[in-house]
Design a protein around this ligand. Sequence first.
Ligand code: NAD
Ligand code: GLY
Length: 360
Amino acid sequence: MRILTVTLGERSYPIYIGKDLLRSSEAWVRHIDATQVMIVTNETVAPLYLDAVVRQLRDKRVATVILPDGEEYKTIDSAMAVFDELLRWKFSRSAHLIALGGGVIGDLAGFAAACYQRGVPFLQIPTSLLAQVDSSVGGKTAVNHPRGKNMIGAFYQPKCVIADTATLDTLPDRELSAGLAEVIKYGLIRDPEFFDWMEEHMDALLRREPEALTYAIERSCRNKAEVVAADEREAGERATLNLGHTFGHAVETGMGYGRVLHGEAVAIGMCQAADLSRRLGWLSAADVDRIATLLKRARLPVAPPPSLSAERYLELMAVDKKNVEGQLRFILLERIGKATLPRPVDVGRLTATLEEYGRV
Ligand code: NAD
Ligand code: GLY
């Protein structure tokens, strides 16, 4: 098992990464300083991993909430279902929540934990690659609003993150690829050697070779932990983790939550951000091609669905947390391995990018 730390003073916490961590709780059960525990999971993950987690909590009073599966259920109504159960069980402020699942469950259970009685402790047990490399680390919790992704939420750090790499054995191929989008993101924004490494090891990652996957998870978490430790509340560098997300969130919201996976939307958005960066004279056409080639090798889409018009794109991007007083701002790339902070882009270049991708 590898242990990384997210260094945030008295709210610092470990990320445990290893195989079969759900079956051996020695490392993580000690973070549960309570008898009341609620596990929040979904209908897909519960039959696979809920029993294993419950078995480690024999001396606790364990309640479970099993939500329907999908981004379209990352809603305030689902959070309310968690609150309903917490109250029905009369769980107090010392109760602990466990998020068992992908990023949807992690974001939603974290949000519920942040709100219930003004905050109860929670643990992240991420079971998708995307959740293990990104969403479970850093304390961003949220639910979606019909008008915008993650618009209702809180910064709220978990007590620990338990990334059991064995859970990835059951992850569908399309979801594995979605996770790889966020892995590639770290290479693009701040870790050029990692980008090179992925070019060499993409086939091994797709074959799910344990050594390659574990290395990618650990290096991604290390990157994320460093960024979060430096800028927990996104006053600066943390915004670079949103490379491609302004375009990507527009795709997710515009197509209807769940149609294009979050990681797929990020892959599309990173291509568009790379194109904009080329128009500003930072990336070469060869760099843009290199980025698209790696994403394609990861079996990710590199262009948005044809049904999203430029007008709709702009309308959707107007609802973005990086915007300031109505001005759209984008994370761009100075080069592969170095992202910019959010910056405004002139309408001409933005329109040219949307047209490049068929939005006319
Ligand atoms: P997800 O939670 O929908 O999980 C993907 C799919 O895989 C789901 O069907 C899920 O049930 C299934 N699944 C999960 N683990 C499995 C396993 N081990 N075996 C079989 N099936 C499994 O999606 P995701 O890609 O994990 O996360 C995307 C979400 O994360 C989005 O809502 C996005 O906004 C959010 N996110 C948050 C942050 C953050 O910092 N908080 C960062 C990135 C993404
Ligand atoms: N995934 C964006 C962030 O954690 O800041």
